[in-house]
Design a protein around this ligand. Structure first.
Ligand SMILES: [Zn+2]
Length: 511
């Protein structure tokens, strides 16, 4: 046996020893995370306080800031360091609801289940008018011709009768093993990611799709506009007015009403009956830029070298205004805090810095995450700066309150082994399905643009898609405690592993 061979035996033994001792430490940490996360969880308690006491968190609103103050105190109490606000918008106005009511008064009485759309102006007290049904505003030239001089004192019903969806199947959805397998088996992403600057540019036009119509009917003296969506079971979906900047349109009183009531009104009109509606709306606008904050906090890294690298986790903290934002995105905001609380509580000192961001303005245009990225990683249209290269990974949670079942690799095949390893240790908590698919429409797209490995977790839908997403039913009742406890444990374990790994998470493109 030559010395080379002896050396390799020594190296082999050394390596085996290191791996074993590492895995013993890992096992111990995982046991501690699980114990803290499942026996002493504060997730549901936090979520109830956030959702029930603080309520809706519309971008720009006083309610958002009150909730931000509350959660930043929770973060401090959980042992997070450098907890602070960073302003993300200097031009986002505030809007709050004070009071509203909508009812049909003729041919008989019906209380209408309604919710105002954000940024709608107040009525001048209680108003009443006949209903005019306008099916579409796609052709504004024709519409102007047909309705000029005919809308004074009217209440406009806009849109066709909502489709009567079939009421079959389960309301609550969890991924089956087969569905997860199909996601894993994908060879390449199907969803195409639009470059961020183009995405933002597109929104500038698409966000004001109803502006010309709203201005026209108001100029004609209409009292209010009512619309709906094809959702049944009385669910209201009042999102999608993006007039959030100072100087944007303030729409006339503008409501969404439940599909069943919208249907009844349109069917009556078709039968030659003209219903009358009485309504009022009181809202308030204000210019308080202090409300527009991202909430940042961290567990500072302790390794002399690795502490300059960062594991960044994030979730948007803003919500729409009709529910309490429990599933979108209160539950996930709380899960972030809870995961870091668990790590702090078990005495874990991360090698890399673990930073969390709760973003504002996601529902409008990723305003919070984009402002954070621009401030720290450079302008959108320039090469990412050096600081961006110190971010190992960005993990985002924004798919409702369901259990984590895996991760979207966002076309980053190089990251697969890293997450495979993470999930393999917790296979009794999550399947850890890894799909190469690009998932879209939330804040990880911001960080992906800066070539930071950026991922969203796959979560069970539960009732997100058909009941709670942006509706008045986005409330605590649809958040299972077990799911959010699990998610905090999975996230804490993921953060721990990523912070301890020798290397940062591989980037998908070398830039
Ligand atoms: Zn969301």
């Amino acid at each position: 046996m030559n010395t080379k061979n002896i050396l390799s035996i020594v190296l082999f033994i050394g390596l085996t020893f290191t791996t074993n001792s590492q895995s013993t430490k890992d096992k111990e940490i995982l046991a501690k995370i699980r114990t803290e996360g499942f026996s002493n969880s504060q997730a549901m308690n936090m979520l109830e306080e956030l959702s029930d006491v603080y309520g809706q968190r519309l971008t720009g609103s006083r309610e958002y800031l009150a909730a931000a103050n509350w959660i930043s105190n929770k973060m401090k109490a959980s042992g997070l360091q450098n907890v602070q606000f960073e302003n993300y918008c200097n031009n986002c106005r505030g809007w709050s609801m004070k009071s509203f009511n909508v009812e049909m008064t003729s041919p008989n009485f019906m209380h209408i289940n309604a919710y105002p759309l954000s940024m709608a102006k107040s009525t001048n007290g209680i108003v009443e008018g006949e209903v005019v049904h306008i099916k579409s505003f796609r052709n504004m030239i024709a519409l102007r011709k047909q309705y000029s001089g005919k809308l004074k004192g009217k209440i406009i019903l806009i849109g066709s009768e909502p489709i009567r969806k079939k009421l079959t199947g389960d309301v609550l959805k969890r991924y089956t093993k087969e569905e997860l397998k199909t996601m894993e088996d994908k060879l390449a992403p199907k969803n195409k990611q639009t470059p961020l600057p183009d995405l933002f540019k597109g929104w500038e036009t698409s966000d004001v799709y109803d502006q010309e119509f709203l201005k026209f009917v108001e100029s004609q003296g209409a009292l209010a506009v009512l619309k709906s969506r094809s959702m049944l079971l009385g669910i209201l979906h009042p999102d999608g007015t993006y007039y959030y900047q100072n100087g944007s349109l303030k729409p006339l009183p503008y409501f969404t009403i439940m599909a069943e009531h919208f249907g009844r009104l349109t069917r009556m009109i078709k039968k030659g009956v003209t219903p009358k509606i009485r309504l009022n709306l009181e809202t308030e606008f204000y210019n308080e830029q202090k409300n527009n904050v991202n909430i940042i906090g961290e567990l500072s890294g302790t390794d002399p070298k690795l502490k300059y690298e960062t594991i960044l986790i994030g979730a948007h903290f803003d919500s729409w205004h009709s529910g309490t934002g429990a599933t979108d995105n209160g539950a996930n905001s709380v899960v972030l805090v809870e995961a870091l609380r668990i790590l702090k509580q078990i005495g874990y000192k991360p090698k890399r810095t673990v930073k969390m961001g709760l973003w504002g303005g996601e529902e409008q245009a990723f305003l919070g995450s984009a402002a954070y990225a621009k401030k720290h990683f450079g302008k959108l249209n320039e090469k990412p700066n050096r600081a961006s290269k110190k971010i190992s990974v960005y993990l985002n949670l924004d798919n409702g309150a369901g259990a984590i079942r895996g991760l979207y690799l966002q076309k980053n095949e190089f990251a697969r082994p890293v997450f495979n390893k993470i999930f393999s240790s917790i296979s009794n908590l999550s399947e850890g399905a890894l799909t190469i698919e690009n998932t879209l429409s939330t804040d990880h797209e911001t960080f992906d643009h800066y070539n930071i490995p950026s991922f969203q977790f796959i979560q069970d839908d539960l009732t997100y898609g058909n009941v709670t997403h942006h509706t008045q039913l986005d409330v605590v009742e649809y958040v299972p405690e077990e799911d959010i406890m699990k998610n905090a444990v999975i996230l804490a374990w993921t953060i721990y592993t990523l912070s301890e790994n020798d290397k940062m998470v591989p980037r998908k493109v070398k830039k």
